[in-house]
Design a protein around this ligand. Structure first.
Ligand code: SF4
Length: 480
C-alpha cells in the first residue's frame, strides 16, 4: 500500500504546537522554511467575533435575528448572547452536513427568516451569516428583501474575515444603515413621492440639521454630558448608535453630522459619508481632544464660532483644573479588546501617566492614525493592533508597568507578578469617559489603582518569595 505523505504545514501535531510555543520566529523559519509566528499556538484569543453583531442586533426593539450557521456556532453564540442579557429567541435552521453538502444554504436562511417573521413585534429581520454559511456561499440575491411584509437584511460576519467583536458591531450597524440611511423617496400625506432631501422649508428637518448622532457604544452618562455641552452651542444629540430604537438608525442621514467617537466604525462611516452626512472623528477625551472636538462639531454644523471657542475653552480648562488637582504618576499598560484603548491612553497621558504600550483587538486604520501619532509623539513606544495575549505578556517584561489595564488573563498574569491589574472591559468601559465629567471619574479610579502598587508587590513577596527573573509560562486564554 502506498504511504500517505502529508505535506509539511498541513498537519498540526502536539509536537508542532510544543515546538512552536518554545521557539522564536527565526528558529521556526530555519526549521520549517515558513514564516510562522510563535504566537500562533492555537490558543483562542477571544470569543467568536460575531458576538459583536449579535449584541447590537438582539438589543434593538423590533429586530429579530435569524442565525444561518451550524449547531456548534449556534450553541456557543446563543449562550453568550443570552449571558449578556438578550431577551429574545434567535431563529436558526437545522443546518448540518446533509444540508451543507446539498448546497441548501439559501433555503436554510430563508426558512429561519420565515420563523423570525412570525415572532411578535418583528419590524426587521437580520439574517446573520456566519463562518459555515459564508464558506458554503450565501448569495445575497437569493434572500428576499421582505418576508411576510417585513424587511430583511443580510449581516455577514465570518470570523475569518471580521477579526474582533467591535468590528462585528460595525458590520451590524452598517447593514441597518445601508437599508435606511441612503437617500430614499418619501411619500407625502397627499400620496406624492418625493426625494427625502433637505430644502430648508421643513422646521423639523431644520432642527435635525443642527443636531448630531454619536456613533459608538458608550456609558449612558456620556451622551447626557455631551448633549448638555452641545446644547450650549445651540445643537444637541439626536441619538447615540448603537441604539435600542430602530428609528434612531433611520435618522442617521438626516442629522447635521455624525460624531464617530470610536475608530472601528469604518463601514458605517463610509455608508453615511456616501449619503452626504458630514463625519466628525475623534472624541472629547482629555483637555486637548475635548477642545478640538467641540470646535469640530461647531464647524461641521456651521454654528457660532465665537460661542464654540468659549464653550470649548471652558470645558478644556475644567479638564486641566481636575488634572492639576489629581495628576497621575506612574507607568500604565492599556491592553483591552474593546477598540477604544487609544482614547483611554490619551486621557491617561494628558493626566500625567506614562503609557509605553497599548494593544487592541481592532485593526489599524485611517481612524486610528491621529490618536496613534499623538500618542507616539508623547512617549508611547508600541501600539499593537489585532494583538495576542502572548504579545501583551511579553510587554510586561519589556515595560515593567506599575499598573495594567488589561484583559482577564493579562490582568491575572500582572497580579501574579505583583503588579496591580484591572479588567479593562468591566472596570473602564462601564464608566463615563467624555468631557470633564468623564475625566474626573477615570482619573480617580486610576490614581487609586496606582496607589495599590506597593501592596501588590508586598503580597506577592509574602506568599511566594522574591520575584522570578524568568517569566512564568503564559496561561491559556479564556474568552474575554
Ligand atoms: S465557526 Fe466562525 S461563526 Fe462559528 S463560532 Fe467559530 S468563529 Fe464563530
Amino acid at each position: 500500500m502506498a504511504t500517505l505523505t502529508v505535506p509539511e504545514g498541513n498537519l498540526i501535531t502536539p509536537e508542532i504546537i510544543e515546538t512552536r510555543s518554545k521557539s522564536s520566529v527565526s528558529d521556526l523559519q530555519s526549521q520549517t522554511g515558513h514564516s510562522v509566528s510563535p504566537d500562533h499556538n492555537l490558543t483562542p484569543q477571544t470569543m467568536c467575533p460575531a458576538f459583536g453583531s449579535l449584541r447590537v442586533l438582539t438589543r434593538i426593539d423590533g429586530v429579530q435575528t435569524a442565525m444561518v450557521t451550524d449547531t456548534g456556532c449556534l450553541y456557543g453564540l446563543t449562550f453568550v448572547t443570552h449571558f449578556y442579557a438578550s431577551r429574545k429567541s434567535i431563529a436558526a435552521p437545522a443546518f448540518g452536513t446533509k444540508e451543507l453538502v446539498a448546497g441548501n444554504v439559501a433555503e436554510a436562511a430563508i426558512a429561519s427568516c420565515v420563523e423570525a417573521s412570525k415572532m411578535p413585534g418583528t419590524k426587521l429581520i437580520a439574517a446573520i451569516s456566519l463562518c459555515v454559511a459564508e464558506t458554503a456561499g450565501l448569495t445575497e440575491e437569493m434572500l428576499p428583501s421582505q418576508i411576510n411584509g417585513i424587511d430583511v437584511i443580510l449581516v455577514r460576519v465570518p470570523a475569518y474575515a471580521i477579526h474582533s467583536h467591535p468590528e462585528a458591531k460595525d458590520v451590524a450597524i452598517n447593514a441597518i444603515l445601508k437599508k435606511y440611511a441612503p437617500p430614499k423617496m418619501e411619500v407625502t400625506s397627499d400620496g406624492v413621492e418625493k426625494p427625502l432631501t433637505y430644502d430648508g422649508s421643513n422646521e423639523e428637518e431644520e432642527a435635525l440639521r443642527r443636531r448630531v448622532i454619536m456613533l459608538g457604544e458608550v456609558f449612558p452618562a456620556d451622551p447626557i454630558s455631551v448633549d448638555a455641552v452641545l446644547k450650549r452651542l445651540g445643537s444637541g444629540l439626536a441619538a447615540t448608535l448603537p441604539s435600542r430604537n430602530l428609528d434612531d438608525y433611520k435618522l442617521a442621514r438626516r442629522v447635521g453630522a455624525i460624531a464617530a467617537v470610536h475608530p472601528f466604525y469604518g463601514g458605517s462611516v463610509a455608508t453615511l459619508r456616501a449619503a452626504g452626512v458630514p463625519i466628525i472623528s475623534g472624541a472629547p477625551v482629555g483637555p486637548e481632544a475635548t477642545y478640538n472636538w467641540i470646535k469640530a462639531v461647531a464647524a461641521a454644523l456651521k454654528l457660532d464660532g465665537e460661542l464654540a471657542e468659549q464653550v470649548a475653552a471652558e470645558e478644556r480648562d475644567k479638564c486641566k483644573a481636575i488634572i492639576s488637582q489629581f495628576p497621575l504618576r506612574g507607568k500604565v499598560m492599556v491592553c483591552g479588546y474593546e477598540g477604544n484603548e487609544l482614547l483611554y491612553a490619551r486621557l491617561l497621558v494628558e493626566a500625567g501617566a506614562e503609557v509605553p504600550y497599548i494593544s487592541t483587538s481592532i485593526q489599524k486604520s485611517l481612524y486610528t492614525a491621529a490618536d496613534e501619532a499623538w500618542l507616539k509623539a508623547r512617549g508611547t513606544r508600541e501600539i499593537v493592533y489585532q494583538k495576542t495575549l502572548e504579545q501583551d505578556v511579553r510587554a510586561l517584561d519589556t515595560y515593567k508597568p506599575d499598573l495594567v489595564l488589561g484583559t482577564t488573563p493579562l490582568s491575572a498574569e500582572a497580579k501574579a507578578r505583583g503588579i496591580p491589574g484591572m479588567y479593562y472591559t468591566n472596570m473602564l468601559s462601564v464608566r463615563p469617559l467624555f468631557l470633564s465629567a468623564g475625566l474626573a471619574g477615570t482619573i480617580q479610579l486610576i490614581r487609586d489603582a496606582l496607589e495599590r502598587t506597593p501592596r501588590y508587590a508586598w503580597m506577592r513577596e509574602f506568599f511566594e518569595g522574591p520575584r522570578q527573573t524568568e517569566a512564568p509560562a503564559v496561561p491559556i486564554n479564556t474568552m474575554d
